[in-house]
Design a protein around this ligand. Structure first.
Ligand code: ADP
Ligand code: ADP
Length: 228
């Protein structure tokens, strides 16, 4: 089966139904993008996969294991790491300290050090700023740090919530280059939320369009590239 299988989930916050009968799947090694406007339910979908919010109907499986009833830490152990919107880096800690936190989550110190060195080769801007307080980095650098820190936990599946938000086109392209590079080098599967398909279609294998909590459209990104 697929690495991620979301099977007809419904999620609500109080009276508000955020997801209605949403199904999606991500195969090992794929780059899948969920596209939709603000409020469509994209964050809710990623959060549900990561075990942060429970659907009241439907099922979610990661690597064949249902995440329902698991706490987010338990879901993370299935090999998943979430880069939340807003980045959530520790602004008063240095770049290096932020990366070490990812390494501690992974556990093995020697492996974490080796991972950090390998990883920093992909992020020269971070490598030059290891002793900077992370809060002083630019928005693009903070986004790169958030991605790098998530990768330090050695996930096989990376969930990334709106990595483009508020960033210049050139920086967005750099972030996608790094994500796709990591996909190859670290055998990552990627599920990425974005509001607009403009810069994403050329990078994604498949997309889902989410609107009002429902999947409106799904298909290979290549089909949509032509019609734009
Ligand atoms: P998107 O990521 O596509 O912007 P969200 O998943 O964040 O969409 O939100 C979907 C809907 O659920 C929106 O109407 C939003 O206001 C609502 N929502 C999201 N998170 C919460 C929450 N923690 N409590 C209540 N409502 C929420
Ligand atoms: P090993 O470290 O045992 O040689 P791999 O090189 O296959 O094994 O990598 C295992 C894990 O290390 C991957 O799942 C990934 O999380 C991480 N990793 C691999 N390559 C990189 C890289 N270039 N940057 C960051 N992390 C990496």
């Amino acid at each position: 089966g697929a690495l991620v299988e979301v099977d007809g989930i419904h999620v609500r916050y109080g009276d508000l139904v955020a997801l209605r009968d949403v199904s999606l799947s991500v195969a090992e090694g794929e780059v899948v993008c969920i596209i939709g406007p603000n409020g469509a339910g994209k964050s809710t979908a990623l959060t549900a996969i990561a075990g942060g919010v429970a659907p009241y109907a439907g099922d979610i499986r990661v690597g064949g294991v249902s995440v329902l009833g698991l706490r987010p830490e338990q879901v993370a152990r299935l090999g998943l790491s979430l880069v939340p919107e807003g980045r959530h880096i520790f602004g008063t800690l240095t770049v290096e300290e932020n990366l070490r936190i990812g390494g501690y989550i992974q556990g093995d110190r020697a492996a974490a050090k080796a991972d950090m060195e390998r990883l920093l080769a992909l992020f020269p801007r971070l490598a030059e700023r290891l002793r900077y307080p992370a809060g002083r980095l630019s928005g693009g650098e903070q986004q790169m740090l958030a991605v790098a820190r998530a990768v330090m936990t050695r996930p096989r599946l990376l969930l990334v919530d709106e990595p483009s938000l508020g960033l210049a086109p050139r920086i967005i392209d750099q972030i996608y280059e790094i994500l796709l590079d990591l996909r190859q080098r670290a055998a990552l599967t990627l599920l990425i939320n974005e509001q607009s398909s403009n810069r994403i279609l050329k990078h994604a294998d498949r997309i889902y369009v989410l609107r009002g909590g429902r999947v409106q459209l799904e298909g290979p990104a290549a089909d949509l590239r032509d019609g734009e």
